[in-house]
Every structure is written in structure tokens, then in C-alpha cells.
Design a binder for this molecule. Sequence first.
Ligand code: KIV
Length: 257
Amino acid sequence: MKKKIKKIIEKKNKKKLVCLTAYSKNFAKVLDKYCDIILVGDSVANVLYGMKDTHKVKIETMIEHALSVSKGIKRSLLVVDMPKGTYSSIKYAVKNAKYILKKTKCDAVKIESNKNNYKVIKKLVSLGIPVMGHVGFTPQFNKKFRVYGLSLSEIKKMENEAKKIEKAGAFSIVLECVKKSASRRITKLLKIPTIGIGSSIECDGQILVTDDILGLSGFYPKFVKKYANIKKDIEDAVSKYAKDVIKNKFPKKQNSY
Ligand code: KIV
């Protein structure tokens, strides 16, 4: 097992894991100092490409963004989402995960659970490919956004699913939009860390989409906390620039050759 991955697992019950998404070098460079894990999420589809969901993002797109992010990372663990359809069979998953690793030199891939694909995880891990799991709301497989773990039977199903993913060898697992009581039970049940998004303080770590916490995406569900209003900063800067250009105040002598 890679040293960096071992360290992530060892943090369970000791120190919370700080995780965020990044799609480019400049963002990754800033995040790297603070994050245990930087995820090149397939959320790039919605956030950067304005797609309605994550379903059509291509493996080559993920690779290009991961390559950019890798240039900004020195210490964080780099995880790349495998896009929908790229791990629909064991054979296909092996081919595509190997391709992502070879091209990007990332540390791990993330796979959303469809309740049955823990066998895919088992195969990848047996080949030395570290895998992060993902349960609860899984945007590649669930169309409608909702909270998971509202009933005891659903909690039990999720516990079972998470346990299978752990047994298959995943080093961590994202819990997306899982109710607090369910997150607590799953986190207690597993030896690997749980990383929550909209899944309460009970998880071993947290992840959010960076553009959301910066106030850039315009997507602010209850589980997002806006730590900045970058949209407003960009607007202020661009409006000043526009005024300067129109009034012939830019470029000045010091900006000219
Ligand atoms: O694609 C993504 O950004 C994710 C999250 C867990 C944030 O999967």
C-alpha cells in the first residue's frame, strides 16, 4: 500500500480529513497546502462545462484536468473520478483505471457504487490500483437528488454496501447526502475513513466542490458553506477593467512597450 494512502487511513479517529475538488493547476496549487486529498471530480462536467449532469464527461477530459491538477500538487493525495460507463465491467474498469493512472500518475481512482460493483473495486485493488468508494447519492446512477438513510432498512442496505466496498479493499469512501444518524453508524462500522459531502460532522473527513465554497458556481444547497464571494470579486475587477478601457485609462505608459 502506498505510504500516502496508509497515512490517510491512519488519520481515522485521530484527525479529520480535509478534501476538496480541483480541475486545474492554479487551484490545486493553493489547495495543496491545506488538503489531504484533492479530487478531480466528474463534477467538472457541471461546474466547468455547464452540462446538466456528470453522465457524458469523457475519460480524456478527466485526464486533461487531472494532468493540470497534478502540476499544482506536491503533498496531497490526487484522486481522479472514473466517469460513468468506464467501469461497467471488470475488464473495462481495469483497462480504463490503468489508462488514467498511466496518463496522470494519480494516486487513486474513485468509483461510484451501483450496489454491485464492489467486485470491480476488488479487482482494481488486487492489481495495486487504490480505489475510493462512493455511496449514498451517486450522481452517475441516481437521477434525483435526495437524502439517503432516512429509513432503517435503507441505513442497513448502505451499511452492507459500505462494508462490501471496504472488504473489496477501498481505502476510503465518500458518503454523499447521507443523514447524520446513518453517517454515524457507517463511520463507526468501517475501519477505512468516511468522507462526507452533505453527510454531517459524523464522517471522518469532509469534501466539497471548491467552486461552491468560493461562491463561484452559483450552486448552494444546504450542505454548502460559502467561504468567499469570488463571483463578486471577479465582477468588481472586470467592471473596473471595462471602465478603464472605455475611458482610455488602460493601458497606461507602464503597461505599454
Ligand atoms: O465529482 C465530484 O466532485 C464528487 C464529489 C464527492 C464532490 O464526486
